[in-house]
Design a protein around this ligand. Structure first.
Ligand code: NAD
Length: 482
């Protein structure tokens, strides 16, 4: 299969910049090619989006009323659900994720589209008190053309939360999916066209980050950028956008801690801790990849986790085991090198899972690994692995736990396991993170809940109503009437 860009509701590959091979992570074989977009392709997409909006929001997309946008988004969501199997299979083949994970991604995408469809006609400005003789009001306008740079780990969910919210707010979108996960996003743009989105409302340009991604970040026609990806790339995108004062939402990496206190309900906590780090083969920005346990129950918790980790299996996506392969050869080598380095540095492995016998030797499989007594300053406790690797360490008291938890450059999410209500509230306040889960982990998956980081995990919020407001521009109108 040869995939082109999807611009103005048409498949195009006009810039002739070459192609990028697409590999199946379960066996390393090439099965498709995508277009390698460049600045000309991005330019075409931005102009298509501008045309859809019109000079004064009078274009075929710009002039639609909120309720008309809402109806289109509801139709989009329904069409996604109707094609659930097709989309999940495409995603599993392209990214290696287990089929059940890909199915969840489709369901969550459909929920995002429904949520934002429902919100289109429910956000509004205000009237403000001001000097006598004036009426002052605010209105929330679309920003214009928004750019969306998407990573490979949850392409459909991230499309839903950023593109869904932006379309609901009345913007036209140019999307640059990751070079390792473009197929579902291209299909989604095609489905949007099928359900009636006018040409130019939603455009997808595929390609490498340093070509198409950089061109999108720097394009003067883009009024807002939503970037989800690594901290290093986020810095580059924000820098390019700053040159022309373009607002950016950065959803970056994490090294999220789970804190387990001596009074925790371990029957609840243990499965959640395992799932939080192996879900999507650990390629989750909010993975609970650091485990901090009160010293009095440290051995007990490790024993139970050892049991859990030993049972974990990685295997082909269609077998729906605990994990599929990692996304690509580079990520595979990277995770293996991190595990090897930690071992070479003397850090002990408490448990590891297995790779299913049916897996090919050429696939990018990585078994789950539980490291114990990880020194807090070691890179294994500081840097994102983006693989199914958990770094466990003990703490002595609450203050120590907070110090360890906050002791990285990141601040995306955090989990706290304790039955003590006062401690729950204290910790929720003290932990530096965009979301704190108490006696659960991963509630951030809820489409209604604002999500984003602090420190090097980024800024701005996506998901929930908060995201919708972020995709609007607030205008204040002061009328003097005497
Ligand atoms: P990445 O930064 O390499 O790539 C992300 C996207 O940016 C891709 O589409 C890529 O093509 C593009 N890109 C690369 N270089 C670019 C450049 N110079 N200019 C513009 N765009 C460029 O990240 P990745 O490896 O694909 O994804 C993994 C990272 O994403 C992890 O660090 C993870 O934590 C993070 N992530 C964060 C969230 C979140 O919501 N906070 C969600 C998912 C992933």
């Amino acid at each position: 299969m040869n995939y082109k860009h999807f611009i103005d509701n048409t498949w195009v590959s006009q810039a002739g910049n070459g192609e990028i091979p697409v590999f199946d992570p379960s066996n390393g074989e090439q099965f498709a090619r995508i277009a390698r977009g460049n600045d000309q392709d991005i330019d075409s997409a931005v102009w298509a989006a501008k045309k859809a909006l019109g000079e004064t929001f009078d274009g075929p997309w710009g002039r639609l009323s909120p309720v008309e946008r809402s109806q289109l988004l509801f139709s989009f969501s329904a069409a996604v659900l109707e094609r659930s199997n097709e989309l999940a299979e495409l995603e599993a083949r392209d990214t290696g994720k287990a089929l059940k994970t890909a199915r969840t991604d489709v369901a969550v995408l459909a929920r995002y589209l429904q949520f934002y469809a429902g919100a289109c006609d429910k956000f509004h400005g205000e009237t403000l008190p001001y000097t006598t003789g004036y009426t002052v009001l605010t209105i929330r306008e679309p920003i214009g053309v928004t750019g969306h740079i998407i990573p490979w780990n949850y392409p459909m969910q991230i499309f839903g939360r950023s593109v869904g919210a932006s379309l609901a707010a009345g913007n036209a979108c140019v999307v640059k999916p990751a070079e390792d996960a473009s197929l579902s996003i291209l299909r989604l743009a095609e489905i949007a066209a099928e359900v009636g989105f006018p040409p130019g409302a939603l455009n997808v340009v595929t390609g490498y980050g340093h070509d198409a991604g950089a061109a999108l970040s720097a394009h003067p026609g883009i009024g807002h950028i939503s970037f989800t990806g690594s901290t290093v790339t986020g810095t580059l995108v924000a820098r390019a956008a700053a040159d022309r004062h373009c607002p950016v939402v950065l959803e970056l990496g994490g090294k999220s801690p789970q804190l387990v206190f001596e009074d925790a309900d371990l029957d609840e906590a243990i499965p959640a801790i395992v799932n939080a780090v192996v879900q999507n083969c650990g390629q989750t920005c909010s993975a609970g990849s650091r485990l901090l346990v009160h010293r009095s129950i440290y051995e007990q918790v490790l024993e139970r986790l050892t049991e859990g980790f030993s049972r974990l299996k990685a295997g082909p996506p269609e077998q729906d085991l605990d994990m599929g392969p990692l996304v690509n050869a580079k990520q595979h080598e990277r995770v293996r090198a991190i595990v090897a380095q930690a071992k070479a540095d003397g850090i002990k492995i408490a448990a590891r899972g297995t790779i299913a016998a049916e897996s090919t030797s050429t696939g990018y499989y990585q078994e789950a690994v539980l490291f114990r007594d990880v020194p807090p300053e070691h890179s294994l406790a500081q840097e994102e692995v983006f693989g199914p690797v958990l770094a466990a360490m003990p703490f002595d008291d609450e203050a120590h736990a907070v110090r360890l938890a906050n002791g990285t450059q990141y601040g995306l999410v955090a989990g706290v396991w304790t039955r003590d209500g006062a401690r729950q509230l204290r910790l929720a306040r003290k932990l530096q993170a965009g979301q704190v889960f108490v006696n659960n982990y991963g509630a951030g998956g809820g489409v209604e809940l604002p999500f984003g980081g602090v420190k090097s995990s980024g800024y701005g919020r996506e998901k929930g109503f908060e995201a919708l407001l972020g995709f609007t521009s607030l205008k204040t109108i002061a009328i003097k009437h005497g």
